[in-house]
Design a protein around this ligand. Structure first.
Ligand code: PMP
Length: 478
């Protein structure tokens, strides 16, 4: 799928910056010494076009990506994505990089890198205020970004989208704006135990201020939400349910649509944290009937510092400003100030304009693939990874809920998670170790720390093999 007005908006930005044939990064991008660009002589993959050797991990029946002639008959291939992402072709500690820290942040395709550099090189301007060509162009791109986000999420209108720094800021915005005026003493905010700290702490701050309660919703042994307990905890006191569409530590994909329908029976609103979901499967906020939906661009192949909040128009329209400043007012007078309509009312100050341009490029890139085929590929890669890692003695995977994204959080008997990550790093394999900003989820398993490999569409079965082989060597060495 292409987004025509996104293309149109980006054209003036990228027009002055044609990509030199065979070069995956724009001029001026400094890469660390020893980095091999795709297609260069130093690139051992000769442009990264090796096919996965594990047919069981590549879906045979998934539809072909219509936009790309290189798509293999019958399905998505990670090479379609890899060839666009220059950083995946560098080396780390003398080994080709194996980036398995996508839950923390994703790597950027050259389309995003070039859009950013093109914006600053040829189109930089503040938006809305100026009456000159550059300001008009920048405004057009910014608003095209809003329209693209609305389409990406299945929202009815671009006006339902507020730009923010990311998921964390979006949740704090909802807590401070909507929460302050809708919660009071004795009200409940239901929060599943698997949530990221950024979907727990803002509610704790709000609860303290309003004398509401944050009520944890327990997990079952498989790391899924205990839905019976959830149904029992819901009551007329429940004002809000805050739930992730995918857990960053257990990979669990809760039945958000059903949970939302149940919450609505009690008149509660539902905020869905889509930080870990958006890169993995298509989202439709209207089908979910979510009242709020939030995500971060950087987990979606876009730059850091840009993300979005969706809210139903009747809820958003009623939300008071949470920060004051330029861009969010209609008129200012020392006796009386009036505010702009939403979404601008909630976007005080100069936004991350280049970030929106980068987000546009990332959405354009991601949606150029057949997303169902990508999701099917990731599911099969996850199954392959579970199977492969199970052969490592002493390795235990956390979470076994039936619906999961490709996140593998694990412990390895006799090894501290931080030491595991250090060991893997020597082989050029990037995984995360620690509490993953989800301490209650780890505590559910009696843990304070674990290692995590989180996969994305550009990861391959060979990379999973390298992870398993390195872990096996670690076990054998000790
Ligand atoms: N929620 C979830 C499920 C996450 O995985 C993350 C990031 N790890 C966040 C929220 C916070 O995202 P950000 O730091 O981009 O605001």
């Amino acid at each position: 799928m292409t987004i025509p007005d996104v293309d149109r908006a980006l054209r003036p930005v990228t027009a002055g910056y044609p990509s030199p044939a065979g070069t995956a990064v724009p001029n001026g991008t400094a890469l660390p010494a020893g980095t091999a660009l795709p297609g260069s002589a130093a690139d051992p993959a000769g442009g990264g076009t090796t096919a996965p050797p594990h047919p069981q991990s590549a879906p045979q029946s998934a539809p072909q990506s219509p936009s790309d002639p290189a798509a293999p008959p019958g399905g998505f291939s990670p090479e379609l994505a890899r060839r666009d992402v220059p950083i995946l072709h560098r080396t780390v500690n003398g080994h080709p990089l194996v980036w398995l820290d996508n839950g923390a942040t994703t790597q950027k395709p050259r389309q995003v890198i070039e859009a950013l550099s093109g914006f600053y090189g040829a189109a930089n301007s503040n938006i809305h205020r100026g009456a000159h060509t550059m300001a008009r162009e920048a405004t057009e791109m910014y608003e095209a970004g809003r329209a693209a986000v609305a389409r990406f999420l299945g929202a009815a209108s671009p006006d339902d989208i507020v730009f923010v720094r990311g998921t964390t800021e979006a949740i704090n915005l909802v807590a401070q704006s909507w929460g302050r005026s809708h919660l009071g003493p004795g009200d409940d905010i239901l929060v599943p135990v698997l949530e990221h700290h950024s979907n727990i702490v803002p509610w704790q701050l709000l609860a303290k201020e309003t004398r509401a309660r944050v009520v944890p919703v327990p997990l079952g042994p498989d790391g899924g939400i205990d839905l019976d307990a959830y149904a029992d905890l819901l009551s007329v006191r429940t004002r809000l349910v805050a739930v992730s569409q995918a857990s960053n530590v257990l990979g669990t994909v809760p039945p958000v649509r059903e949970m939302t329908a149940l919450a609505h029976r009690y008149g509660a609103k539902v905020l869905v944290d889509g930080a870990q979901a958006v890169a993995h499967f298509p989202v439709d906020v209207q089908a979910l009937d979510a009242d709020f939906y939030v995500f971060s661009g950087h987990k979606l192949f876009a730059p850091t510092g840009i993300g979005a909040l969706y809210a139903k128009p009747e809820i958003l329209g009623d939300m008071a400003p949470w920060q004051g400043g330029g861009n969010m007012i209609e008129s200012v007078d020392f006796s009386h100030t009036t505010y702009a309509p939403v979404p601008h009312r909630l976007e005080a100050g100069t936004g991350h304009i280049a970030g929106v341009v980068g987000l546009l490029a990332a959405l354009n890139w991601l949606t150029s693939f057949d997303r169902q085929a990508v999701a099917a590929y990731e599911t099969s890669l996850m199954a392959y990874a579970q199977h492969t890692l199970a052969a490592v003695p002493g390795l235990e995977l956390l979470g076994s809920a039936p619906d999961r994204i490709a996140v593998l959080t694990f412990t390895l008997a006799g090894h501290d998670p931080a030491a595991i990550a250090e060991w893997l790093d020597r082989d050029g394999i990037a995984v995360r170790a620690g509490h993953h900003c989800a301490q209650p989820a780890l505590a559910h398993y009696g843990l304070t720390s674990a290692a995590r490999a989180s996969l994305a569409l550009y990861n391959t079965p060979e990379e999973v093999d390298q992870l398993a082989a390195s872990l096996l060597r670690l076990q054998q060495d000790t």
